[in-house]
Ligand binder design. Sequence first.
Ligand code: NAD
Ligand code: FES
Length: 282
Amino acid sequence: MFNIIRNEIIAENLHKLVIMAPRIARARKAGQFVMVRLAQGEERIPLTISDADQEEGTITLFIQAIGTATRKIVAAKAGESIRDVAGPLGQATHITTWGRVVCVGGGVGTAVLYPLVKALADAGNQVTTIIGGRSKPLIILSAELAQISTALIITTEDGSLGTQGFVTAPLAKLLGDAAQIPQAVFAVGPVPMMKAVAELTRPLKIETIVSLNPIMIDGTGMCGGCRVTIGTETKFACVDGPEFDGHLVDFDGLSDRLTCYRTEEACHLIPSECKIGRGATP
Ligand code: NAD
Ligand code: FES
């Protein structure tokens, strides 16, 4: 059992959970994740380890409550326990000293980006971080990222904080300035955002690493649920990733697979409106 130390509401449907997991806190590296199951019989979900405190023995997870499993997890209170937290899983981020690096985080993806920025800055890179969300309350970790980044740029779609627009606008501006061209770009967020980032860097041949979030079931390479197409190869995000070369990812295939259980998920959330068995295609 893994004790919940803190459960903070960061924004609407977004919680920060600090969980006692000393072994994982010691072993985890940037880019890795855990599989979390609240109780026996519940669904397992993958969550990136956003931070860890080795002295306290805790790990930090950001959870967007969008489905049945995530809603149940965020409803658990400090002092209660989570049955299974398995990890650290996945490949750690390949960290090297590129020189100038741009890290782009969209919405909740910023929680996944944070440990990457930390590791890249610790390795001596000059990190420009761009984070964006729909509006000010959905911008997370800005103070923490400002401390460790060389520069922090914020965008919101409604203009309530930073520059109005998508994260890709300031990235395009940086890429258009010969003095600011980065050697590598990291992007984490919604699939259309990561695709847009990869399309911006492709003509310039800038190494672009994206963190993928396909549906995962076991998290150990057994079920094939998290398969993604990378160039001509099929890879399992849980064991081969979650980070891949953004110029090789089949983003459209990933989008299709992410939405394939939407009807079932809706049935779990609102059973009275469930159309499965009443003419709808599951
Ligand atoms: P969102 O839809 O509110 O978008 C956040 C920001 O991303 C936007 O404000 C914009 O700046 C950028 N963005 C979105 N679409 C874009 C496009 N077409 N072109 C350029 N920029 C674009 O995001 P949200 O609701 O906070 O995040 C949820 C999404 O992030 C979910 O799809 C979730 O699966 C994904 N996510 C991914 C990871 C990962 O590891 N890749 C981790 C957590 C969440
Ligand atoms: Fe089963 Fe990756 S989650 S193979």
